[in-house]
Design a protein. Structure first.
Length: 305
């Protein structure tokens, strides 16, 4: 049985580490009711990943060990992410300090070619075990009147010409790009404290390239592209989509039959004119290097954070 003194000490330790005094308070009830499960439900209150929770098996642990495991987990977690209150939180109080080891982003280390610099950062993001989709990016478009909209998409290629993604040409972004061909992209790799922002003009990829990518996708994704009239209203709800999907699955049950790419679905290329690299630093004195295209050349400048 945990003593009152140990419980209070445990609460204070957790509160100092992550503001999670509820963890130790719930250990008692968990010990009584869930020892047979092999894991303690109270650990779910700790801000750590499920894999870390599963590694902390406690079925044979005594009360003292349970308290030590809970407090050490909270202390370990406090070094990974900034403190955020769990209930009734104030967004203004949510903050973290960017303090990864290293020199940050300095001109002498940056490649004079922004596409090579992007390639270096992107590969580091891909190799990071904490980033599941390094190619996820936000794309912002706008109407000719300047009314913006943005959404997340997946970057599907890049080279010296620019950045590629695929979408429905009849979607809201497709219609906006048809009338205003300028867009902005933003990659955010939080575990690395890095971001890349891109501005440029957008053009459609060739039908040949769009066909090649479309047929490289899983068959279910091909059907999904045909099913969705992206951004259009569904008067009868999700069942419309599901019915279309079932119909197409029956029509193309023979996998030897090729699914044609929809005429209004294909690729885009964002041709960059500005590429900015951002690296988080302590006290909000961040690093920002901006590359601007001038003809066939790029110039690099440091911006104030």
């Amino acid at each position: 049985m945990l003593t009152a003194k140990a419980t209070v000490a445990g609460r204070n330790t957790c509160r100092q580490a992550r503001g999670l005094g509820l963890v130790v308070r719930n250990l008692l009830s968990c010990c009584r009711s869930e020892r047979s499960t092999g894991y303690c439900r109270a650990f779910s209150l700790l801000p750590v990943s499920p894999c870390k929770l599963q590694q902390r098996k406690w079925s044979s642990a005594g009360p003292g060990q349970l308290l030590q495991m809970a407090t050490s987990t909270a202390q370990h977690s406090s070094s990974e992410k900034p403190t955020t209150p769990r209930e009734g939180f104030d967004p203004a109080s949510m903050r973290g300090d960017y303090s990864l080891p290293g020199t940050g982003l300095v001109e002498s280390d940056a490649d004079p070619d922004p596409m090579k610099q992007f390639d270096s950062w992107f590969n580091e993001a891909v190799q990071s075990e904490q980033i599941s989709e390094a190619n996820a990016m936000c794309i912002a478009t706008a109407t000719p009147e300047g009314r913006p909209s943005n959404r997340m998409v997946l970057m599907k290629g890049y080279d010296q010409h620019g950045f590629k993604f695929y979408s429905n040409y009849s979607s809201r972004k497709g219609q906006e790009l048809e009338r205003n061909s300028y867009a902005s992209l933003c990659f955010w790799w939080e575990p690395l404290h890095r971001s890349v922002r891109i501005e440029g003009q957008v053009e459609k990829l060739s039908a040949v390239e769009s066909d090649a990518y479309f047929h490289s996708r899983p068959r279910g994704s091909q059907i999904g592209a045909v099913v969705s009239h992206q951004s259009s209203v569904l008067p009868h709800g999700r069942q419309e989509l599901e019915q279309r999907e079932q119909d197409l699955q029956q029509n193309y049950a023979d996998e030897a039959v090729e699914i044609p790419r929809p005429y209004n679905w294909g690729g885009y290329l964002v041709v960059p004119s500005i590429i900015e690299f951002w690296h988080g630093k302590k006290s909000r004195i961040h690093d920002r290097l901006q590359y601007t295209r001038e003809g066939n050349r790029w110039t690099m400048e440091r911006l104030s954070p």
